[in-house]
Design a protein around this ligand. Structure first.
Ligand code: C2E
Ligand code: MN
Ligand code: MN
Length: 403
C-alpha cells in the first residue's frame, strides 16, 4: 500500500541554501533505492516535506527523521494511504522559498492539480502557515512561576459521595483562576460509574443535590477572585423546575457570589438539546451564574450548538490537546476554535494538559487557561500544591508537582 506523509519542522539555525542542496544530494540515493518520492520546501527557518512510498518505508523514514539533528519540533500534518503518487517523478524535489522575497513562488512544473489537498498544503506553507513550531527557547515564553500550597478539607463522613478538586490555572496571570469539583464515592468509583448506576430520575436528583457539598467545600478553597466549576448533566438541568433557585440559595449559605459558580455542561450529552434546555440556561444566566461548554471537540454536538448556546466559557477536550505539539490537524482545529472564541469574547480553557511541550505550544498560540496533570491532579477533599516554574533560559527548568 502506498502512503503519503506531510510534516513541518523547525530547521537548525545554521542551514543555508547550500546546505539544503547537500541535504538533497545526500537523500537522493536512499530515496531512489527505496522508491521514495516527494518534495521539500525550506524558507530559512522551517522545513515542509511531503514523502511518498510504500507504507512501511514511509513510517520507518518518518521515525528515522526524528533522529536527524538538522531539525526539531516535528509536526505531522497529514498521513494517509494514497492510490497514486503526487510527485512520482521526483525522488526529492527541493525548493528554497527565499524569505526576502515578497512574493512566494511554487514552480509551474509542479504538475499537481490546484484543487488537490497537497497543493493546498504546499500553498499554505508558502503563504505563511505552519510556522508555529517552537524553536528551542521560544521568545514568547516569559518566566512563568506558579507555586501554590496544598489545601485539605475535612472529609464528610456522613456522605457516601465526595468531591475531588482540580485547579484551573491562568498561566499568563500566574494564578489559579478556578477549581473544578469532580464527583467521587467512597469506593473510588469514577463519576460515570456512580451516575450510570442510578436510574435517570434518581440520577438527576442526585446530580443537583450533590452540588450542595461541592459548593460547601469549594467555598472553603476560594478567594474572592476565584470561581468554582461544577458539572451538571443537561438532564438534571431540565428535570428540576428551579435549578437556578436551588443553586443560588446554596451559594448564599456559603457567602459565594453567583458569578463565582460555573456550571459545566457536557457537550456529548447535549445531543437532545431542546427548548427546555435553552430556557433552563436562560434562567441560570439571569441569576449571574455562569455556564461553560465542557468537553468541546469530543462529543456529538457540533458548531451549531456552540453558535446557539454561546457559553461563558469553552473547555476543549483532552482528545484535542493530547500530543498537540506534534499533531498538525489538532493544531489547526485548536487555532480555529481560538479564533472563534476570541471573536465571540469567550475564554477558552484547555483540559488534560500533561506535557510541558503541550503547554508550550498552547500558550504560544494564545491559550491562557489550563487544566491538567501538568499543574495538578484532582485531590479528594482538597487541592494539591502546584510547583510550576518555566524560565525563559531553559524549558528544562520546569518542576512538576509531585503527587
Ligand atoms: P470533565 O468535566 O471533563 O473533568 C475532567 C476529567 O479529566 C476528570 O476526570 C479529571 O480527573 C480528568 N483530567 C484532568 N486533567 C487530566 C489530565 O491531565 N490527564 C488526564 N488523563 N485526565 C485529566 P473524572 O474525575 O474521571 O471525571 C470524568 C467526567 O465525569 C468529568 O469530565 C465530568 O464530565 C463527569 N463528572 C464529574 N463530576 C460530575 C458531577 O458531579 N456531575 C456530572 N453530571 N458529571 C460529573
Ligand atoms: Mn467538567
Ligand atoms: Mn471536560
Amino acid at each position: 500500500m502506498l502512503r503519503q506523509l506531510v510534516y513541518c519542522s523547525s530547521a537548525q539555525s545554521n542551514i543555508t541554501a547550500e546546505k539544503l542542496e547537500r541535504i538533497t544530494e545526500d537523500s537522493l540515493p536512499f530515496n531512489h533505492q527505496n522508491n521514495i518520492t516527494g518534495i521539500l520546501l525550506f524558507d530559512g527557518d522551517y522545513f515542509f516535506q511531503v514523502i511518498e512510498g510504500e507504507s512501511d518505508t514511509i513510517l520507518w523514514l518518518f521515525d528515522h527523521l526524528h533522529n536527524d539533528d538538522r531539525h526539531t519540533n516535528i509536526v505531522k500534518i497529514a498521513d494517509m494511504a494514497i492510490k497514486e503518487r503526487d510527485f512520482g517523478h521526483w525522488h526529492l524535489r527541493t525548493i528554497y522559498l527565499d524569505p526576502s522575497d515578497d512574493c512566494y513562488w511554487l514552480p509551474p512544473d509542479l504538475m499537481i492539480r490546484r484543487d488537490s489537498r497537497v497543493f493546498g498544503l504546499l500553498n499554505g506553507f508558502a503563504t505563511g502557515r505552519w510556522r508555529s513550531g517552537l524553536s528551542g527557547v521560544d521568545p514568547k515564553v516569559t518566566n512563568t512561576h506558579i507555586v501554590t500550597c496544598e489545601q485539605t478539607l475535612v472529609a464528610q463522613a456522613n456522605f457516601d459521595y465526595q468531591f475531588a478538586f482540580q485547579p484551573i490555572v491562568d498561566s499568563k496571570r500566574q494564578v489559579i483562576s478556578s477549581y473544578e469539583a469532580l464527583l467521587r464515592d467512597n469506593t473510588n468509583r469514577y463519576p460515570d460509574q456512580i451516575l450510570n448506576a442510578m436510574p435517570p430520575t434518581e440520577r438527576y436528583e442526585f446530580d443537583l443535590e450533590s452540588k450542595a457539598l461541592a459548593i460547601a467545600q469549594g467555598a472553603q478553597l476560594l478567594t474572592a477572585e476565584q470561581s468554582l466549576s461544577v458539572n451538571l448533566s443537561p438532564g438534571a438541568l431540565v428535570h428540576h423546575p428551579d435549578v437556578a433557585c436551588t443553586l443560588l440559595s446554596q451559594l448564599q449559605r456559603h457567602n459565594m457570589k453567583p458569578h463565582q459558580l460555573i456550571l459545566e455542561i457536557t457537550e456529548s450529552e447535549l445531543i437532545e438539546e431542546n427548548d427546555s434546555f435553552f430556557s433552563a440556561i436562560e434562567k441560570i444566566r439571569s441569576t449571574g451564574i455562569k455556564v461553560a461548554m465542557d468537553d468541546f471537540g469530543a462529543g456529538y454536538a457540533g458548531l451549531s450548538l456552540l453558535a446557539d448556546f454561546l457559553p461563558d466559557k469553552i473547555k476543549i477536550d483532552r482528545s484535542i490537546t493530547s500530543g498537540i505539539h506534534t499533531n498538525g490537524p489538532r493544531q489547526a482545529i485548536l487555532s480555529a476554535v481560538l479564533e472563534f472564541s476570541n471573536s465571540m469574547g469567550i475564554p477558552l480553557i484547555v483540559e488534560g494538559v500533561e506535557l510541558l511541550d503541550e503547554w508550550l505550544w498552547l500558550q504560544n498560540t494564545g491559550i491562557q487557561k489550563f487544566q491538567g496533570f501538568l499543574f495538578a491532579k484532582p485531590k479528594l477533599n482538597g487541592v494539591h500544591a502546584i510547583n510550576f516554574e518555566v524560565s525563559k533560559l531553559s524549558k528544562t527548568h520546569a518542576h512538576l508537582t509531585p503527587f
